[in-house]
Design a binder for this molecule. Structure first.
Ligand SMILES: C[S@@+](CC[C@H](N)C(=O)[O-])C[C@H]1O[C@@H](n2cnc3c(N)ncnc32)[C@H](O)[C@@H]1O
Length: 218
C-alpha cells in the first residue's frame, strides 16, 4: 500500500505520474516531510484541495492540523486569501511559522498553537469568524468533537473537507481493522454517518488518498 492510501498502487502511481512535480520551496518541504516522517497531504489530495479552492473561489480557509505548514502554503498558492491554521505540536508549529515566513505568507496565514478542541470553540465564539472552506486533517479520533464549532463557522455554501476518513480502508471493512485502532475506526464510521445524514450538509465520500469527505453546508 502506497502512503496509507486506500487505492490500488497502480492507480496511485498513475495519478501521481500525471500531477506536475513540485519545484523550489514546495519540493524542499516535501523532501523535509519525507525525511522526517512528517505526515503531509498526499499529492492527489492536495491537488483536489487546490482545485476546490479555485473552483469555489475560497477566500477564507480554516485548517485543523498544520504540521509544518505545507498544506496551508499550498492553499494560499491556490488562491485562498487568508488561512487560519491550528497545530497542537510545538515543534511543528515552530517549523510552520518559519515556513510561512520563507514562503512570504506570514501576513496571510495565522497559526494558532494549541489543541483544536480548545481553540475551535474560542474561534467560534466570534460570530465574524466565517470560512469558505474548512479542512480537517488532525487526530482522526477527534473529528466528531471538532465538528460542531467547525460547522458553525462554515458559511452557507461553504465546503468542509475531512481527510483520512477511510483510514487505510479500515473504516470500510472489519476485515482490515487492527485491534488497537478499533476505537478510531468506530469514531470515523460515526463521523461519516453523521456527515452523510446531516440535514444541513450534502456529503460525498471519495476513495482518494486516505479517503476524503466533501460536505457542502446548505
Ligand atoms: C496529517 S498532519 C497535518 C498535515 C498538514 N495539513 C499538511 O497537509 O501539510 C496532522 C497534524 O495535526 C496535529 N494535531 C493532531 N491533533 C490535534 C489537535 N487536537 N489540535 C491541533 N492539532 C492537532 C498533529 O500534531 C499533526 O501535526
Amino acid at each position: 500500500m502506497i502512503d496509507d492510501s486506500v487505492n490500488y498502487d497502480y492507480i496511485i502511481r498513475y495519478i501521481r505520474s500525471v500531477i506536475p512535480e513540485s519545484t523550489g520551496f514546495l519540493k524542499e518541504l516535501e523532501e523535509f516531510a519525507a525525511e522526517n516522517q512528517v505526515p503531509i497531504s498526499q499529492p492527489e489530495t492536495i491537488k483536489l484541495i487546490e482545485v476546490l479552492i479555485k473552483f469555489g473561489r475560497c477566500e477564507k480557509v480554516l485548517e485543523v492540523g498544520s504540521a509544518i505548514g505545507y498544506s496551508a502554503i499550498r492553499m494560499i498558492g491556490a488562491g485562498a486569501g487568508k488561512v487560519d491554521t491550528i497545530e497542537l505540536n510545538h515543534q511543528a508549529a515552530v517549523f510552520a511559522e518559519k515556513n510561512f515566513a520563507r514562503a512570504g505568507f506570514s501576513d496571510r496565514i495565522k497559526l494558532f498553537e494549541g489543541d483544536a478542541n480548545d481553540i475551535l470553540p474560542e474561534l467560534a465564539q466570534n460570530k465574524n469568524n466565517k470560512y469558505d472552506m474548512i479542512f480537517i486533517d488532525a487526530a482522526k479520533a477527534q473529528y466528531n468533537s471538532f465538528f460542531e464549532p467547525c460547522f458553525s463557522m462554515l458559511r452557507h455554501g461553504g465546503l468542509l473537507v475531512s481527510d483520512n476518513v477511510l483510514y487505510k480502508g479500515m473504516t470500510a471493512t472489519d476485515d482490515l481493522v487492527l485491534h488497537r485502532k478499533r476505537t478510531i475506526v468506530k469514531r470515523l464510521r460515526e463521523y461519516i454517518k453523521m456527515l452523510c445524514e446531516h440535514e444541513s450538509l450534502e456529503t460525498a465520500v471519495l476513495p482518494l488518498g486516505d479517503g476524503v469527505a466533501l460536505s457542502i453546508k446548505r
